[in-house]
Design a protein around this ligand. Structure first.
Ligand SMILES: [Zn+2]
Ligand SMILES: [Zn+2]
Ligand SMILES: [Zn+2]
Ligand SMILES: [Zn+2]
Ligand SMILES: [Zn+2]
Ligand SMILES: [Zn+2]
Ligand SMILES: [Zn+2]
Ligand SMILES: [Zn+2]
Length: 244
């Protein structure tokens, strides 16, 4: 290298590490295709858009064995603290999901019954064994329990709900779907569950029925969006949609 040449700009890059999905100080080596990605979702985005359908696949998070510390570039076995430089690779770490996230304001927690990490604060959720997922505590003894309700596909967009990163909700009938898909349905003046055709609301009392409908299910990782604010806006939005 020439004497006096400016250092490569990337070295003075002091941004926080990570990707659009998570802030963290490591990358993962995908056990399925042996490639390095910032996170599980980055892997799935990349592999789901491969031209040959045979190459498309999703990562099994629990199978991840190796990570690469972004501070010292050392590849190593999954752990919270880097074996080389001694720095934490994520403020939140789950050794079961091999999951790292520096933004602990999301309230990540691992649910043993779900077998995966969720967000929203452990104290705000309980695991409903019958429905098969974590529901907000307000729904304890207060929802129609349906066997494996969350181990199902959203009736609107057909994404698998159980480990979707989108917020889901349980309807009065016990069926579940994404919040965004629910809102789209309401916007199109469809007030019946697309699975069982039961009405979503008791139309006789618009306001109280909406209060009963605002409980949402524990999503997985929803970026760094302030969840409480989101729910408030959502309720407001639903109110406006229905009252107007
Ligand atoms: Zn892979
Ligand atoms: Zn990512
Ligand atoms: Zn390191
Ligand atoms: Zn976990
Ligand atoms: Zn759970
Ligand atoms: Zn239930
Ligand atoms: Zn959906
Ligand atoms: Zn239904």
């Amino acid at each position: 290298m020439e004497v006096g040449a400016p250092p490569p700009p990337s070295n003075e890059d002091n941004r926080e590490f990570g990707c659009d999905h998570y802030k963290r100080r490591c990358k993962i080596r995908a056990p399925c295709c042996n490639q390095v990605f910032s996170c599980r979702l980055c892997h799935n985005e990349a592999t789901s858009s491969l031209s040959d359908p045979k190459d498309r696949h999703e990562i099994v998070r629990h199978d991840i064995k190796q990570v690469i510390c972004l501070l010292c570039n050392t590849e190593q076995e999954v752990a919270q603290v880097c074996s080389n430089c001694g720095e934490k690779m994520g403020e939140y770490f789950c050794g079961i999901c091999k999951f790292y996230d520096d933004d602990i304001s999301k309230g990540q927690f691992h649910c043993d019954d779900c077998g995966i990490c969720r967000v929203g604060g452990r104290d705000n959720y309980f695991h409903c064994k019958k429905c098969g997922a974590c529901y907000m505590v307000g729904l304890r003894d207060n929802h129609s329990c349906l066997e494996n309700s969350m181990r199902n596909y959203c009736p609107v967009c057909y994404e698998y709900l159980f480990d979707s990163v989108e917020v889901s909700r349980v309807m009065k009938c016990g069926h579940t779907m994404h919040d965004t898909c629910f809102l789209k349905m309401i916007q199109q003046n469809q007030y019946r569950c697309p699975i069982c055709s039961k009405t979503l609301f008791d139309m006789s009392n618009q306001w109280t029925r909406l209060e009963a409908e605002v409980f949402v299910l524990s999503p997985l990782f929803v970026g760094s969006f302030p969840m409480v604010l989101y729910y408030e806006q959502l309720v407001y939005f639903v109110l406006i949609q229905l009252v107007s």
